[in-house]
Design a protein around this ligand. Structure first.
Ligand code: BLA
Length: 505
């Protein structure tokens, strides 16, 4: 057991990344009770920073009165406004970041020494940056601006905007990099590179930073939180020690420092801003990370509009033709079939013109009419019935949706079917469009490590694959227009049946 690829992939997603029992060494962590601020859990490196071992003490023992006062004032308000709070400790100046988890106040103390800070000049440019982001027309412009400005702010060697597809593979859609580096723009990475539990965490947690992937983990003490019986929940802790599998991945890629900021479109993880540093460790200051997160959040709000802006033109066209067809069906009265299929000569649209497709089919009262490039007539009925029965009326990968019909992919790798009741239907077909996908490393070369987990691949050399059996995806407004037309045809059909019944009575 535990030796198959599926097992190995499942194991990746099972790693409990939220409770590693350790932090990264670029700061110290204290989990304290409120309101007395008594230390319950401390990272093993905290003593050096505070000049005293924190176990058995409270923050009042560890901080000077002025610092304690500033902290208490901050805690009385909204924590989001406190973060980060700059304080002086015996070990030097720190940025303090606090949040609540497991019924405790989790405080993270990060020394300023060694952090890179873009400085106030950058913050003065923020209005211009926001202007550029919101003024960008379309997705390409928005992501391009985002990569450039995040790199400018953080100084990473490479900043990419990474976009997930439906299956959680991802593509680098924008990039800004040091001139001597190989481009990653356009490369694809498989879903397994960022497993499901990590994606779930990143859908609520906006930023993570690994300043030095070669770090030695610092354990939390005690390992189990008294009273909970579990290790401290570090989901929202910036210092959280990350998955060793991922550290191996970064090492294989030659990445020393990695930071990523989530891009979230209406609650769903849309992509990441992924930052690499190769020359050595890199740690943007807590304040600069807040600014990077702010850019990520702002871009996230704009994603939806940016995608829409590119689509508006097409949406209007489909809506116009949909209205024409619906009107023609309404006028046609008892025999709507010609209104759907014969408009061509009169310069009116047919179902095939409704949306970009290679072929279309209409079956009304059991009579089938085909337009354009479709599968053979005798296969169309079973094909559409099969897809409707399987609950996959909309597919852009027929061989996956209905393996028995894989041989039809030449004309119908994509099918959009709308059932009209009584065995009738409308359907559109798109031919297979073989797609070249260039991956960052061969994603099929999977290596399973001792212990049964998947190892990150070693080479990220561009590797091109031709993906077959898929068609251009159906877009939401196309599916909506097809269904609206189907509804109209069904309404006309029902009215006619009622009329027939009345006449028969
Ligand atoms: C996490 N994987 C990640 C993260 C990224 C990637 C961005 C988030 C952490 C970070 O910011 O560094 C992947 N990084 C990429 C990709 C690019 C990039 C695709 O720059 C493209 C340019 N990884 C594997 C395998 C497993 C795996 C086989 O390759 C599992 C067995 C796991 N990746 C993995 C895990 C995490 C991760 C567990 C979570 C790390 C954490 O937050 O603890």
């Amino acid at each position: 057991a535990g030796r198959t690829l599926a097992d190995a992939l499942a194991r990746c997603a099972d790693e409990p990344i939220a409770v590693p029992g350790a932090i990264q060494p670029h700061g110290a962590l204290l989990a304290v009770t409120e309101p007395d601020l008594a230390v319950v859990v401390a990272s093993a490196n905290a003593g050096a920073l505070f000049g005293a071992e924190p176990a058995g003490r409270t923050l009042a023992d560890l901080l000077g009165p002025a610092e304690l006062d500033r902290l208490r004032t901050g805690l009385a308000g909204d924590l989001a406004e406190l973060n980060p709070l700059r304080l002086d400790l015996p070990g030097g100046a720190v940025d303090l970041v606090a949040h609540r988890a497991d019924g405790l106040l989790i405080t993270e103390w990060e020394p300023l020494a060694g952090a890179a800070e873009a400085g106030p000049a950058w913050h003065r440019r923020l209005p211009a940056v926001l202007q550029r982001l919101s003024g960008a027309g379309g997705l390409a412009a928005l992501t391009g601006v985002l990569a450039r400005d995040v790199r400018d702010l953080t100084g990473f060697d490479r900043v990419m905007v990474y976009r997930f597809d439906r299956d959680w593979n991802g593509e680098v859609v924008a990039e800004d990099r040091r001139a001597d580096l190989e481009p990653f723009l356009g490369l694809w990475f498989p879903a397994a590179d960022i497993p499901a539990q990590a994606r779930a965490l990143y859908a609520t947690q906006w930023l993570r930073l690994i300043p030095d992937a070669g770090y030695a983990r610092v354990p939390l003490e005690p390992a189990i939180v008294p009273g909970t019986g579990r290790s401290l929940d570090l989901s929202d802790a910036g210092l959280r020690s990350v998955s060793p599998v991922h550290l191996e991945y970064l090492a294989n890629m030659g990445v020393v420092a990695s930071m990523s900021v989530s891009l979230i479109d209406r609650g769903r993880l849309w992509g990441l801003i992924a930052c690499h540093h190769y020359a050595g460790p890199r740690r943007p200051s807590a304040a600069d990370r807040v600014a990077a997160e702010f850019l990520g959040r702002t871009a996230s709000l704009l994603l939806h509009t940016a995608v829409d802006a590119g689509e508006t033109h097409d949406v209007v066209g489909v809506a116009q033709r949909s209205a024409d067809l619906v009107a023609a069906v309404g006028r046609a009265g008892r025999t709507p079939l010609p209104a759907l299929t014969d408009g061509g000569d009169a310069g009116r649209p047919t179902v095939l013109d409704l949306l970009p497709a290679g072929g279309a089919a209409v079956r009304l009262d059991g009579r089938l009419r085909l337009l354009g490039a479709t599968p053979p007539a005798e296969r169309v009925g079973p094909l559409v019935e099969g897809l409707l029965a399987a609950g996959t009326p909309v597919t852009d990968a027929l061989p996956r949706a209905l393996p028995g019909a894989a041989d039809l992919a030449g004309t119908a790798a994509g099918v959009l079917a709308v059932g009209l009741g009584a065995g009738d239907f409308l359907a559109w077909f798109r031919p297979e469009t073989p797609r070249e996908v260039t991956w960052g490393g061969n994603p099929h070369e999977k290596e399973i490590a001792p212990g049964g987990r998947l190892s990150p691949r070693r080479s990220f050399e561009a590797w091109t694959e031709v993906v077959r059996g898929t068609a251009r995806p159906w877009r939401a407004h196309e599916v909506a227009a097809a269904r609206a037309l189907g509804e109209q045809v069904a309404v006309v059909g029902r009215a006619r049946a009622e009329q027939d019944n009345r006449m028969a009575a």
